[in-house]
Design a protein around this ligand. Structure first.
Ligand code: WTA
Length: 653
């Protein structure tokens, strides 16, 4: 299907699902929320900040005088970990389960808020004993074990800045992130379970840390029990350093703008950007959105977000927002088909999960596995379903509501980014009549628009670029160590209007609802993971046999996009077996970035299509990758190149 016909299909989507009267009557968010925000936006956000416990109140809600560098709740002081943990114990909820943890092999742990307070305090004392002090950076490279969450909260408690690196990234990706942030400590595990098998993680840390001058210690949680190499004086077992610590630790209040974390994400260049988030505004919006978008009832709900803490969704919707709201949640370590394809439904049935938040790529995988699998389980506890990470196609939205939500739960399609810190565009489950496939409109307090090239808002039925036209509390405060890149990437495109450029295309339908259409830059979205084309190209050309490479994201029915690479090889011999080399190149990319960046397909070509100024014409390559008739080639420097590529491909396969 071509892009434009897919779009026509989307925009003819006329089904709409208003909340049931019963749901609307009990919902946290009513239509009044929008009215409050419209009446006085800053007063509205000040009221939302009251969800948190502040040691010192702010004197100014927003300081935008140094735009695009925002300050929210200026002069306010708070401790983020105290807000996520201690205050719930102090209000008498120490026995409430914070985390029902489920390990991939079937082991479980139940962690109450009182337990969490003890664990986080011990971990904080341990980090102090290692000589870390406020403002230092800590890299966390771990699977979904409880200690990963304890570590993040211990950092927050001490004003240390964490940088969580997804456990699926390579040693090289870890190294570059450690170096960029100049982290002093790495927290990791010996190994992690992947589809039932223990695989090493510590080995990648050893490889990375051998080349990082700033790391003094590596703190290792025992998870899989495998053999690990050990560097005395540098490596420390978690159980040796943390277990014997005092369970008491008094949290200090930090400035509202104190850095909370850095999270690296792909941009349009080869080098990932360290997105910086701070404390008061971030936690306010994470808590506000989690409460209203998921209609959270802390006393009765059981919430489950299936993200990994290596991504922003894990930060905002497993750790910070939910815990600030005193959630009871499930945290699952493993893959959805280990040991069987009903694992998620089994967990929902067992823990009576009522709110489930996942990604379209997984929903499409569940569809492929078959509706008969969830049908075998009791999913009647579910009352809200959420989606995030990429546009959800109407078919997947309907399947989700029908087969997981028994045809009655609201489905909230939530649009946001690492940079926005929290949900920006989403239906409110008790208010909005949601359309399958649309994120609908900005949340109360948020300003979003679809504009054309000149920054003028398009009319109903019109398409263009998504922009955020007002500062928001959880907005990124910059790119770590690179002020210019921050301005250039997000604020230069619509500088005159002062809009934040999200990098996404979007459309209004005839009712003014927003439909997200995917990235307009060179960022791909593979299974909800952001990967830049240039990042993969750099990895490919770092292999000695690759002379040139061009990478495109091709539409993929399950993963949203799949990575397709076109490479020009050096030193090809007549009788060479290309398939062995292609395998080697795919593995090389996995080693440089991580398995998620492995190209789905690598095509060996004699030439790449370029404009006269030397820019690769990805549009044409995307046509080839998606088996479409190749489009307009008139701007090509050499218009025969595409024929060469096509004929080369036919004979080469
Ligand atoms: C895409 C993930 C359509 C979008 C929270 C964005 C979406 C990028 C949606 C951010 C959605 C995320 N509908 N597209 N509901 N949610 N995206 O930083 O292209 O990993 O720019 O944050 O994912 O990805 P990131």
């Amino acid at each position: 299907m071509t892009e434009s016909s897919a779009l026509d299909n989307l925009l003819s989507e006329s089904r709409s699902f208003p909340p049931s009267e019963e749901f609307a009557a009990q919902a946290n968010a009513t239509a009044a929320l929008q009215q409050e925000a419209d009446a006085d936006r800053e007063a509205f956000w000040a009221a939302q900040a009251e969800r948190l416990t502040w040691a010192t109140k702010w004197d100014q809600v927003l300081d935008w005088s140094n735009a695009p560098f925002a300050k929210w709740f200026v002069g306010g002081k708070l401790n983020v970990a105290y807000n996520c943990v201690d205050r719930h114990v102090e209000s008498g909820h120490g026995d409430q389960v914070a985390i029902h943890w489920v390990g991939e092999p079937g082991d479980t742990r139940t962690i109450t808020y009182a337990d969490l307070k003890r664990e986080v305090s011990k971990a904080a004392n341990a980090l102090l004993s290692l000589g870390l002090s406020t403002g230092d950076r800590v890299a966390i490279y771990m699977p979904m074990v409880p200690e990963a969450i304890f570590s993040m909260l211990a950092c927050a408690r001490l004003g240390l800045v964490h940088s969580v690196v997804f456990g699926g990234f390579s040693a090289e990706a870890l190294r570059s992130r450690i170096d960029d942030a100049e982290a002093k400590l790495v927290i990791t595990t010996d190994g992690q379970y992947r589809r039932g098998n223990p695989v090493s993680l510590k080995a990648a840390v050893d490889e990375a840390v051998a080349k990082t001058p700033t790391v003094a210690n590596v703190l290792v949680v025992r998870r899989t029990g495998g053999e690990v190499d050990w560097t005395d004086g540098r490596d420390l077992w978690w159980h040796d350093v943390v277990d014997g610590q005092s369970e008491e630790h008094t949290p200090e209040a930090f400035d509202s703008e104190h850095p909370l974390y850095i999270l690296y994400t792909s941009g349009t260049t080869g080098r990932p950007k360290g997105i910086l988030h701070t404390s008061g505004g971030y936690l306010t919006q994470a808590a506000y959105t989690h409460f209203n978008v998921f209609d959270l009832k802390p006393d009765t709900d059981v919430y489950w977000c299936t993200a990994d803490i290596g991504w922003v969704t894990g930060h905002s919707y497993i750790v910070y927002g939910p815990l600030a709201n005193r959630v009871t949640q499930v945290v699952y370590e493993g893959t959805p088909n280990t040991p069987h394809e009903g694992r998620h439904w089994e967990i929902i049935q067992q823990y009576k999960v009522s709110i489930y938040y996942t990604a379209p790529t997984l929903i499409r995988t569940f569809m492929k596995w078959g509706a008969d699998i969830p049908a075998r389980y009791d999913l009647s506890s579910l009352r809200v379903l959420g989606s995030v990470g990429e546009p959800i196609n109407p078919e997947a939205w309907m399947w989700y509501r029908e087969h997981i939500g028994a045809g009655k739960t609201p489905v909230v399609d939530t649009w946001w980014q690492t940079e926005t810190g929290a949900i920006m565009i989403s239906p409110l489950p008790g208010v909005t009549a949601a359309k399958p496939g649309s994120a609908m409109g900005p949340l109360p307090g948020i300003g979003a628009k679809v504009v054309d090239d000149t920054g003028t808002e398009v009319g109903k039925g019109g398409g263009g670029y998504l922009v955020l036209d007002k500062p928001w509390p959880s907005m990124l405060r910059g790119v770590w160590g690179d002020e210019e890149r921050f301005r250039e990437t997000y604020w230069a495109r619509f500088h005159d209007q002062g809009y934040y450029f999200a990098g996404d295309g979007a459309k209004y339908d005839e009712d003014g609802a927003i439909w997200l259409l995917g990235r307009v830059d060179d960022v791909m979205n593979v299974s909800g993971h952001r990967i830049s084309t240039t990042e993969v190209e750099s990895a490919l050309v770092s292999h000695s046999r690759v002379a040139e490479a061009a990478v495109v994201g091709a539409t993929d029915p399950t993963t949203g996009q799949g990575i397709v690479a076109f490479v020009i090889l050096r030193g090809v011999k007549e009788d060479e077996d290309a398939s062995a080399l292609i395998k080697e190149l795919r593995d090389h990319v996995a080693k440089e970035i991580g398995p998620i960046a492995k190209p789905r397909q690598i095509m060996v070509v004699p030439e790449l299509p370029k404009t006269r100024s030397g820019k690769i014409m990805r549009r044409l390559l995307r046509d080839v990758a998606e088996n479409r008739q190749v489009g307009d080639v008139t701007t090509l420097a050499d218009s025969t190149v595409m024929d060469l590529i096509s004929s080369g491909l036919q004979s080469g396969k």
